[in-house]
Design a protein around this ligand. Structure first.
Ligand code: NAP
Length: 197
C-alpha cells in the first residue's frame, strides 16, 4: 500500500513506524520536519498535493483546526483515516457537525474512516499494544471497503480491527474519546469501565 502521513507529530510518527512494510510518504507544513520524519521512517517527503495524488491511503495526523489542508487535494477514491480528537484533547465535544463528517465534506469522494482516536500516542508507540496479554481492539467507522483496508493497517500495528459501522457512527467514537479523556484526566482507570463478560 502507498500511505501518505499528513503531519509530522506524534500520531504520524507512531503509526508510520508500524507501517514500514508499505511505501510511505510524509507531508507537513514545515518541510524540515517532514524531511526528518521521512528519513526516520524510510519514506519520501512530499508536498500535500503530490502525496495525495500518489497515495492509496492518507492518515490525517493533524489537529481539527487543520482540516482545511485537504481542501482541493486529489483525494477522491482514496482512503482517508481520521484519527483526530477535539481541539486540545478536550473532554467535551464542540456543538455541531462531527469532525469525520466535516472531513468527508472537505474531501469529496474520499473514503473517510474514523480510527485510532481512542488511545493516546504512547499506546500507538507500543510494539505491539498488548494489555493483560490481549491485543488492543481498534474500532473503525466508515464504508465497509475502506474499513477493510484500514483493518489491514490495524493488524500491522499488532491490534485487532473492530468494524463498528458506517461513518454516521464516527460521532460515537468522537464522543467516546472526549468522555474517556475526561475520565483519564480525573485519574480513573477507563479500561476498568469497559470490561465485559
Ligand atoms: N497525541 C495523542 O495522544 C492522540 C491520540 C489520538 C488522536 N490524536 C489526534 O491525532 C491528531 C494528531 O495528533 P498528534 O499528537 O500527532 O499532534 P502533534 O504531535 O501536535 O502533531 C500535529 C501535526 O499537525 C501539524 N499542524 C498543526 N497545525 C497545522 C496547520 N494549521 N496546518 C498544517 N499542519 C498543522 C503540526 O505541524 P508543526 O509541527 O509545524 O506544528 C504537526 O505536524 C490530532 O487531531 C489529535 O487530536 C492524538
Amino acid at each position: 500500500m502507498r500511505i501518505a502521513l499528513f503531519g509530522t507529530g506524534g500520531m504520524a510518527q507512531a503509526l508510520g513506524a508500524h507501517w514500514s512494510r508499505h511505501s510511505l510518504a510524509v507531508s507537513g507544513r514545515d518541510p524540515g520536519r517532514a524531511t526528518a520524519l521521512a528519513r526516520e521512517l524510510g519514506a519520501s517527503a512530499l508536498p500535500w498535493a503530490s502525496a495525495a495524488e500518489w497515495a492509496d491511503v492518507v492518515l490525517l495526523g493533524l489537529p481539527v483546526s487543520a482540516l482545511s489542508v485537504v481542501t482541493g487535494l486529489p483525494l477522491a477514491g482514496k482512503v482517508l483515516i481520521d484519527c483526530t480528537n477535539t481541539p486540545g484533547d478536550s473532554d467535551s465535544l464542540p456543538p455541531g457537525t462531527p469532525v469525520a463528517t466535516r472531513l468527508a465534506a472537505a474531501a469529496p469522494g474520499a473514503l473517510v474512516v474514523k480510527a485510532f482516536n481512542l488511545a493516546p500516542v504512547e499506546t500507538w508507540r507500543m510494539t505491539p499494544p498488548l494489555f493483560e496479554g490481549r491485543p488492543l481492539a481498534v474500532p473503525l467507522c466508515g464504508a465497509p471497503a475502506a474499513v477493510d483496508v484500514v483493518s489491514e493497517l490495524v493488524r500491522d500495528v499488532g491490534c485487532t480491527p473492530l468494524p463498528a459501522g458506517g461513518l454516521d457512527r464516527a460521532a460515537l467514537l468522537e464522543a467516546t474519546a472526549a468522555f474517556a479523556i475526561g475520565l483519564w484526566r480525573a485519574g480513573f482507570d477507563t479500561r476498568a469501565a469497559f470490561v465485559s463478560g
